[in-house]
Write a protein that binds this ligand. Structure first.
Ligand code: PMP
Length: 412
């Protein structure tokens, strides 16, 4: 496999690893500030996947022939890479899915079938992505259970005292976002898990916006489930991960049936394969999984500490610059946050701001960012969201601020 390790953090060198960044949009250099939606891919991921398609392709787990065995080995080695990246105890605790949405739906269905009864309760928070709300609502509807919601304060932080008050003997699971995609808030997941565990309640963490920005250690957090998507962590689309503690995954029933997840099939009765295969029905996205492995190697090569330190610089610089802009209101001022700037400019609709920024070469996201209940809290429809990555620069933040001033002039 191609290797592309970087020993010291050098943003110019890093940018050269991402071919998509080197282009002009409407004649202006592309400034890609939509990393919360999806991240760009380093050359090593592109090359890995292209080589797999052109030289190695063969279905996993089923063949006795060379290519199939080789691909199976690479697929299982990608699982091991995810295990190491998350510091999971066992590689069979890593289930490949199509993304964080699929991972959460899998737990909502399977955990729901195994453990949820009428009038039970599941706790989520006000800042959840729809992917960590709707699957629980569907499950609650099926089972006659109820959703309880942890409120947030004005800075966009969870109110932990309110969380404690929600816990009772009917609470069966807590599902919480690690890092808010709309506000950047980093939630104190270790503390949230400890509170739940004191009451014997398992916790699922939506890590979609966390694992690309900081070291995540599932054993240290002690969460029961952790979910993330490859495409938000510099890997391919269509691949994701569900980490689950062995104990739960062993007890929970499969949520999809088909090839690869079985032990023995008879018309009268079917038995299932062991973990992790019990939860991987059908041909898996093995090329995506191996591509994800390459992305995680790339991140580890740069060093998550280096990434976190550099992104903190971007966050501090951007916060100072944007708060100095008259007429700009920032949403999300948590003491602990990632490099996400959610804002509204004067009374200009977020969509208009996004459209004008686009014409200046700046890619941002506008609207509710799949967190409608969160925006209800702030009594607005949504925001302009600039979500940064370690290939962004201070100069790009300067350019954003100048562009926003131009837009203010146009709307005056
Ligand atoms: N949770 C969070 C916090 C997210 O930011 C996202 C993506 N915006 C998701 C869940 C859903 O991710 P995916 O579409 O990759 O399944």
């Amino acid at each position: 496999m191609p290797d592309n390790k970087i020993s010291t953090f050098d943003v110019t060198k890093i940018r050269n690893n991402f071919p998509v960044l080197n282009q002009k949009i409407y004649g202006k250099p592309l400034i890609y500030f939509d990393n919360g939606a999806t991240t760009q891919k380093p050359q090593v991921v592109i090359d890995t996947m292209s080589k797999l398609h052109s030289e190695h392709n063969s279905n996993v787990h089923r063949g006795v022939h060379y290519l199939s065995e080789q691909m199976t080995e690479m697929y299982e080695s990608a699982r091991k890479k995810v295990q190491d990246y998350l510091n999971a105890q066992y590689s069979h605790e890593i289930i490949f899915t199509s993304g964080v949405t699929a991972s959460i739906n899998a737990v909502a269905y399977s955990f729901g079938e195994a453990y949820i009864k009428e009038n039970d309760e599941v706790i989520v928070s006000e800042m959840e992505h729809h992917s960590n709300i709707v699957p629980w609502q569907l499950m609650c509807k099926r089972k006659g259970a109820h959703l309880k919601v942890i409120p947030i304060n004005a800075q966009g932080e969870l109110l932990l005292d309110e969380y404690k008050k929600l816990i009772n003997s009917k609470t069966k699971l807590v599902a919480i976002v690690h890092v808010s995609n709309s506000l950047g808030t980093i939630n104190p997941v270790k503390e949230i898990v400890a509170i739940a565990h004191k009451n014997n309640i398992p916790v699922l963490i939506d890590g979609a916006q966390a694992i690309q920005h900081q070291k995540v250690d599932v054993q240290d957090i002690d969460c029961d489930f952790y979910a993330f998507s490859g495409h938000k962590a510099y890997g391919p689309t269509g691949i994701g991960v569900l980490y689950g503690k062995e104990r739960w995954l062993n007890e929970m029933p499969p949520y999809q049936g088909g090839g690869d997840m079985i032990d023995r099939v008879r018309f009268e009765h079917t038995t299932y394969d062991d973990l992790p295969f019990k939860f991987e029905a059908g041909t898996p996205n093995y090329i995506g999984a191996i591509g994800l492995g390459a992305a995680l190697d790339y991140l580890t090569g740069i060093g998550l500490d280096n990434i976190q330190n550099y992104e903190k610089k971007l966050l501090d610089y951007g916060t100072d610059k944007l708060t100095a802009l008259n007429g700009l209101k920032l949403y999300g001022a948590a003491g602990n946050k990632t490099c996400i700037f959610s804002f509204l400019l004067n009374n200009i609709h977020s969509y208009d701001v996004g459209m004008f920024l686009d014409k200046m070469g700046i890619a941002v996201r506008t609207g509710h960012h799949c967190t409608q209940p969160l925006w209800e809290h702030y009594k607005v429809e949504g925001s302009v969201r600039a979500s940064l990555a370690f290939y962004n620069t201070l100069e790009e933040i300067d350019y954003l601020c100048e562009a926003l001033k131009e837009i203010q002039k146009m709307f005056k």
